[in-house]
Write a protein that binds this ligand. Structure first.
Ligand SMILES: Cc1cc2nc3c(=O)[nH]c(=O)nc-3n(C[C@H](O)[C@H](O)[C@H](O)COP(=O)(O)OP(=O)(O)OC[C@H]3O[C@@H](n4cnc5c(N)ncnc54)[C@H](O)[C@@H]3O)c2cc1C
Length: 480
């Protein structure tokens, strides 16, 4: 059977935070926009496992494109998170000098922050304790950056996608880019297993896959490698003791290990930074995580590992050139958005504006939409408001399904019926955090699967856990 053919103004490859932010920005225009992704759901690669910091740009090379786009995004989080229903807190960062040598770098780091227009304050050892009472009192000083914050980066990505979908953008999941056809120096056709798209412009925002996608489009040859970061997640009980982000003195290569309060009140320790040959290796190792714990205790003594509920890892799309955001020199209707390694969440708003500018320079000339919806009807989940009166107003709101993360049946209903609904247990977890709490789903998985089966059809144990085909792995023991 022939696949359906669609003409589109812009085809975005990749539904991570970067591709989704771009699609969301483009949805403000009277244009046909489509997004394809190889995964079954939005935010299913790097954008689902990161530290969730909205960086201010204080450590980035002054004047670099990355610094410009991160700094342009930084003041906008309150507005965007309100419109998209995304948990966010501007908690501030305190970088700690652990040695005299670290302390000597404080003035240079403060100057760099100022050059990027970010307010940063040099701290003495006493100031560190006042600015961050949970920090190690035996420091050699530090730097305070009050504007940094923490965000639910998965919810942000989904929010961008939902707003884009609400405004008419078409998302195709389980749709890897297979190949493309060019005419002269333009890509004219892109194929996925289920569709043929004829785009005027293509945006390559494929994260770890951006090098392969670039080659498939007949564009530049560059390499993306996976830089793995491993973390430990500690529960809310511990998270309450972590009001601000604590970090080591950043280096050119990495921010180093951090103690990070999450937007949901838990706490992350990490991440590490290790270059891999394998772009799919999301394993963790006990030795590495023991090292993370050791390093974090130099920032915050007394971290008790009994609060650890989970370890996990994420893969940064590292490339020799970071923030390769430009019109392809080979295929003139392709915009490359590759190598967004460490600040894709923080820079997403600025990146989307910048890509729109590149598209307009390349000839994208669609007018703004007459009727653009600027906000989602997406209340914060119950766990973020703990507004019992509001929750109790509906029968689903009165039913707590996941006790650890305080997820109600109303939250799960929303996850399964939103403009880009969850289609798997992992999809529900990403949208609500159900099964991600201290019990890691032992208590709530059956309830979550049962509700999901009412929306998705089939038996609860046959539902996909993540990608289609990965079921919960249980079935009928005996037919009665
Ligand atoms: C350890 C770690 C910590 C981090 N901490 C932070 C932080 O605190 N703050 C911050 O701002 N950033 C942080 N980042 C970086 C941030 O997560 C990334 O910059 C961002 O997620 C990149 O988004 P993306 O959309 O480019 O990539 P992705 O989220 O990976 O999206 C790319 C999408 O392209 C799809 N794709 C790939 N190939 C194809 C293909 N052939 N066809 C169709 N689709 C395809 C993929 O399925 C994927 O969904 C961190 C990253 C890691 C790993």
């Amino acid at each position: 059977m022939n696949n359906p053919v669609s003409d589109v103004d812009v085809l975005v490859v990749g539904a991570g935070v970067v591709g989704s932010a771009i699609a969301c920005r483009l949805s403000e225009f009277d244009a046909k926009v489509a997004v394809i992704d190889r995964r079954h759901d939005i935010a299913d690669e790097t954008s689902k496992s990161n530290s969730g910091i909205t960086a201010s740009g204080w450590t980035l090379p002054a004047g670099s494109l990355e610094a410009q786009l991160v700094c342009a995004s930084s003041p906008r989080w309150e507005d965007v998170c309100r419109r998209l229903g995304v948990p966010f807190r501007r908690c501030g960062t305190v970088a700690i000098a652990r040695t005299q040598e670290d302390a000597e770098r404080i003035p240079e780091l403060v100057r760099n922050a100022e050059a990027n227009g970010v307010k940063a304050r040099a701290l003495s050892a006493e100031d560190v304790v006042a600015a961050a009472p949970h920090a190690n009192p035996d420091s050699a000083g530090g730097v305070e950056v009050p504007v940094e914050g923490v965000i639910d980066s998965i919810r942000l990505t989904i929010g961008y996608g939902e707003l884009a979908a609400t405004n008419g953008v078409r998302f195709h999941f389980s749709a890897p880019l297979l190949d493309a056809i060019a005419s002269g120096d333009e890509v004219v056709e892109v194929r996925t297993p289920g569709a043929v798209l004829r785009p005027r412009f293509v945006v390559n925002a494929a994260g770890l896959g951006a090098d392969t996608v670039s080659r498939s489009l007949g564009c530049e040859d560059f390499e993306i490698i996976a830089r793995r970061g491993e973390w430990l997640l500690l529960d809310r009980e511990f998270g309450r003791r972590v009001p601000r982000i604590l970090t080591m003195m950043p280096t050119e290569r990495t921010h180093g290990i951090m103690v990070i309060p999450t937007a949901h009140g838990t706490c992350l320790l990490g991440p590490t930074a290790e270059d891999l040959d394998n772009k799919h290796d999301r394993s963790t190792s006990a030795d590495v995580l023991a090292g993370v714990l050791r390093e974090c205790r130099t920032l915050m003594p007394g971290i008790d590992e009994r609060y650890v509920i989970k370890s996990f890892s994420g893969l940064r799309p590292h490339s020799e050139r970071t923030y390769r955001i430009e019109r392809s020199a080979v295929m003139r209707n392709v915009i490359q958005v590759a190598g967004i390694r460490s600040t894709g969440v923080s820079g997403s708003l600025g990146i989307a504006d910048y890509v729109l500018g590149l598209l307009q320079e390349a000839g994208f000339d669609r007018p703004p939409k007459a009727s653009f919806t600027a906000s989602l009807d997406a209340p914060l989940p119950f766990s973020d408001t703990l507004d019992c009166e509001l929750a109790a107003a509906s029968p689903l709101g009165r039913t707590v399904v996941c006790a650890c993360e305080k997820v109600t049946a109303a939250d799960i209903h929303r996850a399964l019926s939103s403009p880009l609904p969850a289609r798997s247990i992992a999809g529900i977890a990403k949208r609500t955090h159900a099964t991600w709490g201290r019990c890691q789903g032992s208590a709530c998985l059956s309830g979550v699967s049962f509700i999901a089966s009412l929306y998705l059809g089939g038996e609860a144990w046959e539902l996909p856990f993540g990608e289609p085909g990965s079921t919960l792995g249980v079935g009928r023991a005996r037919h009665v």
